[in-house]
Design a protein around this ligand. Structure first.
Ligand code: PEP
Length: 252
């Protein structure tokens, strides 16, 4: 069964006490809400994972790291392995965010290693893909997205695929205030689902959760989430305040 998910991506924001406070507020709001139609996940900096885990009900609010290393352990100063992430009690990791691809040169091959290590360590993956403005305007965006998925994910077995959530994040819409229209997003989500169907069959494709990310807010979430292939959101800026994040969580 396909799940709806709204996941926050805090990026490099909040100190540990601020993050703990935000997580407490979201956890309380999720507990107070009745009949939520989506799962809720908080994507937080590595430094926050252990402290945030202590203040959330992990059965109701999932916990994601925003990255993990492409090696399992060893002399990689400053890196954080998938096993370390899992040992905090986190159950998700966000991989392939355009900021990591762009600023830290994460290639499809590096992401494939990260995907494999995350799965070996029992983490579910929110895997981001999406095109630049130039790629949107020159019409190559579908080829770009297909390449990103094919090169980092399509080696997985159908059993492993069950741990994958895709996030379509047009780079030109991230943090810019520009949202893809609901029709533009729906077109790409349906395209992604057709790629998954080609690789894994219709049943797994139908079960795959595909999130939209890019300036999603309480005001535009209802229209986006009403589309048949949009199963929730990966939320940056609007996840940094409990009330705006909950405004999106309750948009279904
Ligand atoms: C993101 O970075 O994943 C994101 C969607 O950011 P924003 O919501 O701020 O555009």
């Amino acid at each position: 069964m396909r799940k709806n998910i709204v996941a926050g991506n805090w990026k490099m924001n909040t100190t540990v006490p601020e993050g703990v406070q935000l997580a407490k507020e979201v956890n309380a709001a999720v507990n107070a809400a009745s009949g939520l139609k989506c799962d809720v996940v908080l994507g937080v900096p590595f430094t926050h994972l252990t402290a945030v885990k202590q203040v959330i009900d992990i059965n109701k609010v999932g916990l994601a790291a925003e990255n993990c290393a492409d090696h399992s352990s060893g002399a990689y100063t400053g890196e954080v392995s998938a096993a370390m992430v899992a040992s905090t009690g986190a159950n998700y990791v966000i991989l392939g965010h355009s900021e990591r691809r762009g600023y830290y040169n994460e290639t499809p091959q590096i992401l494939k290693e990260k995907v494999d290590l995350a799965l070996e360590n029992g983490l579910k993956i929110i895997f981001c893909c999406g095109e630049s403005l130039e790629e949107r305007e020159n019409g190559s965006f579908k080829a770009v997205i297909e390449k990103e998925l094919r090169e980092s994910l399509f080696h997985l077995t159908p059993e492993q695929w069950a741990s994958i959530t895709i996030a379509y994040e047009p780079i030109w819409a991230i943090g810019t205030g520009k949202t893809a229209t609901s029709d533009q997003a729906q077109e790409v989500h349906a395209f992604i689902r057709s790629l998954v169907a080609g690789q894994y069959g219709d049943r797994l494709a139908d079960d795959t959760t595909i999130l939209y990310g890019g300036s999603c807010k309480p005001a535009n979430a209802p229209e986006l989430f009403a589309k048949p292939d949009i199963d929730g959101g990966l939320i940056g800026g609007a996840a940094l305040k409990a009330d705006s994040f909950m405004g999106i969580v309750t948009a279904f």
